[in-house]
Ligand binder design. Structure first.
Ligand SMILES: [Zn+2]
Length: 285
């Protein structure tokens, strides 16, 4: 049983860009009390959130809808997670669950079983296989953190998932499963008009959100088909002052001294020099 709490607009993004959807669950520890964690997510200046938090007594609170992007694992430092998508903010394709406690705490059975039940429900909803490639520790994305602490083994959670909730291996691997991205590895085609998704929120400024690449076009800019250069066919013209979430960047043709180009999920490109973030390496730091 989960209680909906919600959080301010500045602490999450509505939706998930580029047709991305949840493909993994990231396990966190608050490093503090349930109340302390909640106050961070309810504070509009923190730019931090998680989809859920689980107390040591097994209480479950939800702050962000699973369809939306929570700011819980956006900084990538020496990642060890095999399924990480290079250049794509992990927040866009993960669900984050915080847990009350300190890194060295032993997790109570009530907390473990509540978390496992939730993970099982998430797996069933999104067709996420319940294994240690798809249910991961935060530090597998950000090695500079100990999160979720030193006690927890992912197996401690997985062995407690109710068997009625665990998707079978056949379901998880089937191309007809609910998750086309995870099942086939191929992204569905999108029309050129939707190739870069405009959003209406401002770029988040907090440290927890600093790797979300949100850019604003300073002038009309051509979206190029499949290659970061001016030889490539124009598939759309993005108007000046559009706010865009882009999935990654590449080095391409040098234009006016700038060789950075932003890519959408279909592999189409716009020149970074036409945006308010001409150097994406600053944003990705
Ligand atoms: Zn964490």
């Amino acid at each position: 049983m989960t209680t909906w709490i919600g959080c301010p607009d500045s602490n999450f993004h509505k939706g998930r860009p580029f047709g991305l959807r949840p493909e993994a669950v990231v396990v966190h520890i608050i490093d503090g009390s349930f109340v302390a964690g909640e106050s961070v997510f309810r504070d509009p200046t923190t730019h931090k959130s998680a989809h859920y938090a689980i107390s040591r007594s097994g209480e479950s609170h939800q702050f962000v809808d699973e369809k939306d992007t929570a700011f819980h694992a956006g900084i990538v430092v020496n990642p060890t997670w095999a399924l990480l998508k290079p250049g794509v903010n992990p927040n866009f394709y993960t669900i984050g669950i915080e847990h009350e406690g300190r890194p060295d705490d032993v997790w109570p059975e009530a907390q473990l079983s509540a978390s496992a039940t939730l993970i099982g429900q998430i797996g069933a909803r999104w067709g996420i296989p319940l294994d240690d490639s798809h249910v991961i520790r935060h530090r597998q994305i950000r090695a500079s953190k100990t999160c979720p602490g030193n006690w927890l083994q992912i197996s401690e959670l997985l062995q407690r998932v109710p068997t009625t909730l665990a998707p079978s291996a056949a379901t998880a691997a089937s191309p007809s499963a609910a998750s086309p991205v995870a099942a086939s590895g191929a992204l569905p085609p999108a029309s050129p008009v939707n190739a870069v998704s405009p959003i209406t929120t401002q770029a988040p400024a907090g440290p927890g959100a600093s790797t979300i690449i949100v850019v604003r076009t300073l002038k009309n800019v051509n979206l190029r088909l499949g290659a970061p250069n001016k030889e490539a066919q124009i598939v759309a013209v993005i108007p000046a002052q559009s706010v865009l979430v882009v999935s990654r960047f590449d080095i391409g043709e040098r234009v006016d001294g700038n060789a950075y180009w932003y890519a959408d999920r279909n592999g189409n490109y716009l020149w970074a020099g036409a945006t308010d973030a001409p150097d994406p390496t600053v944003l990705a730091a």
